[in-house]
Design a protein around this ligand. Structure first.
Ligand code: AGP
Length: 609
């Protein structure tokens, strides 16, 4: 997944483009490049590595021009290298292309073009530049040549195109990858995410799949894939500037971990009906009867969002008594799932742009199921593909490792569970108790966060270990998976999560004095069983880190380290036990010198399959 930015206006383009790339680095950061138009020629710079390296390489472009495009890359085709960095060019270097997505038929196109064109990269993107070059010879007009080239493409793209001989034009096109246009005062931005230009304008036009925007100082023309004029209002995107900064934290990840008391409040805000002891989710009012009487709920997602779905399964089945299945979106989409209009499919996605989750939801929609998104961006591709979107309201999550988004997803799932359960067997009193417990969560999370230094001490003990095991049961089994994912994706330590009882079926062979084992052991209905599992690890000299209730002294003599959490009802324990695991992963990664906000090989949203 990559980040693209374009600018056309009256200001010096290079610094605005590079600043935009910085704000999109969460989308990929293995190489970066920029092209501005100066006179009737393209001036470019490209580097391997992060955007800050491009700043230096592009210093000669300052003041060169007021129209340009730029790109930060997460490699799909072709390794991270200067030739493979975008922009990509045609043979004459008068056409420049930046691209996010995958051109599925690029090898066939390249084979045909190679007869008369010289390719310099291994990317799929380069074929677009040569296709436009080819059509320009026949056609003469940049716009019509671009249209013809786009018509040849199969796959997904968000594109920004420049042509040196039409220096006051940018062409933007979207198909399957996010692309927006920022409309400012005598200036336009094109970007993968509005966050790239919100410093300059909050007026955002969201392009839809198949649409092309031709932008010039005279204005912007948007047409659909048949060339019909599209008239759409811009949306005012009100993201406060400070939300985009670190607010004094050393990393976005730590900021977002510490934001969770506030963000879960934002997520459940105004969604409670205390009198009735239920949740109010007005966006699904029309669909509620179908959801309430559905024969099954299937939850699809990837990574952390899939883990949230697993917690949702426990919630919904326990309280709403509805059968739930949780599926990896990437598997679900390809196995011709058995769905009927009596099914509900919920897609969980922080970014709203994960390709596999989007495809899974489109497949469910095609089969007539009710399709609902739990998403942090109500304007995203996933939100647009669904019948309704339950907003997470967690604010922009910049750190690649998902933290506040996860707890917000759990809150939305709990609200949905409450709304359904109160129409079934849950009493008003039980609903009111649940609401009180939900409202108490921010304060309880604050108390865990105040233990940050103690968790750092544990990290100092274990940061050089090569393997970790995370074990939990019931509502906290998914958190064992999530805690393991947090650690491995930012510290690069191998970590596995398991249902604690599963340890006996193999993983226990891994236990020795070098193996730290993290147990999630709040006093719930499986507590006694977890104690036995802790004993089993202790008997094999494993190092034991236990997350336990603050008044639980039974675990002390069994554990090398205990991290305390306030008590809450069993269903809500995952919202508390995950906090220490986020902090533990953060500190261990830092101690290992890793880049916690932009871990190697990763991107914030995987918009490719
Ligand atoms: C989580 O820390 C990872 N960054 C990753 O697993 C992520 O959850 C996954 O790619 C899904 O992203 P989404 O929620 O934006 O769809």
């Amino acid at each position: 997944m990559c980040g693209i930015v374009g600018y056309l206006g009256t200001k010096n383009a290079a610094p605005l483009l590079i600043d935009g790339l910085r704000r999109l680095e969460y989308r990929g950061y293995d190489s970066a490049g920029i092209t501005v138009i100066s006179g009737r020629s393209l001036c470019s710079a490209k580097t391997v590595g992060k955007v800050e390296l491009l700043t230096e390489a592009a210093k000669d472009l300052q003041g060169q021009g007021t129209v340009g495009i730029a790109h930060t890359r997460w490699a799909t085709h072709g390794e991270p290298s200067v030739p493979n960095a975008h922009p990509q060019f045609d043979c004459t270097e008068s056409i420049a292309v930046v691209h996010n997505g995958i051109i599925e038929n690029y090898s066939q196109l390249r084979k045909k073009l190679e007869e008369n064109h010289r390719f310099l990269s291994d990317t799929d993107t380069e074929v677009i530049a040569h296709l436009i070059e080819e059509y320009l010879i026949a056609d003469g007009s940049f716009e019509s040549a671009a249209r013809r080239a786009l018509a040849d493409l199969e796959g997904t793209y968000a594109l920004a195109l420049l042509f040196a001989y039409e220096p006051e034009t940018i062409i933007a096109a979207r198909n399957g990858s996010p692309l927006v246009v920022g409309v400012g005062e005598n200036e336009y931005f094109v970007a993968s995410d509005p966050v790239a230009f919100l410093k300059r304008t909050n007026n955002v036009l969201y392009l839809a799949d198949g649409e092309i925007a031709v932008i010039s100082p005279d204005g912007m023309q948007v047409t659909d894939h048949e060339g019909n004029q599209v008239y759409r209002e811009t949306v005012f995107v009100d993201t406060e500037q400070e939300e985009l900064g670190k607010n004094g934290f050393p990393h976005f990840m730590l900021k977002e971990i510490f934001e969770q008391p506030k963000t879960i409040q934002e997520t459940f805000n105004e969604r409670f009906d205390m009198e009735e002891g239920t949740a109010r989710l007005s966006v699904i009012d029309d669909l509620f009867p179908r959801i309430l009487h559905s024969r099954r709920i299937t939850i699809v997602g990837c990574g952390t969002s899939w883990h949230a779905g697993l917690v949702g399964e426990y919630m919904l089945e326990q309280y709403a008594r509805v059968p739930v299945e949780v599926e990896y979106a990437s598997e679900f989409r390809y196995r011709d799932p058995l769905l009927t209009p009596n099914d509900v499919v919920i897609g969980i996605s922080q970014s709203g742009e994960t390709a596999d989750t989007l495809a899974a939801l489109r497949e469910a929609h095609r089969k007539g199921a009710v399709v609902i998104a739990i998403c942090n961006s109500t304007e995203s591709s996933i939100a647009r593909a669904c019948d309704a979107t339950l907003a997470m309201n967690a604010g922009p999550e910049i750190g690649v490792a998902s933290t506040k988004a996860y707890t917000s997803q759990l809150i939305v799932l709990m609200l949905l569970t409450l709304a359904l359960a109160r129409k079934k067997t849950m009493s008003r009193d039980e609903g009111q108790l649940l609401i009180r417990e939900l409202r108490a969560l921010p304060g309880k999370i604050e108390r865990i966060l105040s233990d940050n230094t103690a968790i750092l001490k544990i990290a100092e003990e274990f940061y050089q270990c090569q393997h970790f095991l995370y074990l939990g049961r019931g509502f906290n089994f998914p958190n064992a998976l999530e805690g393991a994912l947090k650690l491995k994706e930012i510290s690069y330590i191998h970590a596995e999560g398991y249902p604690a009882a599963e340890m006996k079926h193999g993983p226990i062979a891994l236990i020795d004095a070098n193996m730290p084992v993290v147990f999630l052991a709040p006093r719930d209905h499986t507590y006694e069983k977890i104690l036995s599992n802790i004993q089993e690890v202790k008997a094999r000299k494993g190092k034991i880190i236990t997350v336990a209730d603050e008044d639980d002294h039974d675990v002390e003599q069994l554990s090398d380290y205990v991290i305390r959490i306030p008590k809450t009802i069993e269903t809500l324990t995952p919202l508390l036990t995950i906090i220490p695991l986020q902090l533990l992963a953060y500190h261990i990664a830092l101690l290992r010198g890793c880049n916690v906000d932009q871990p190697r090989n990763l991107a914030k949203s995987v918009t490719v399959e």
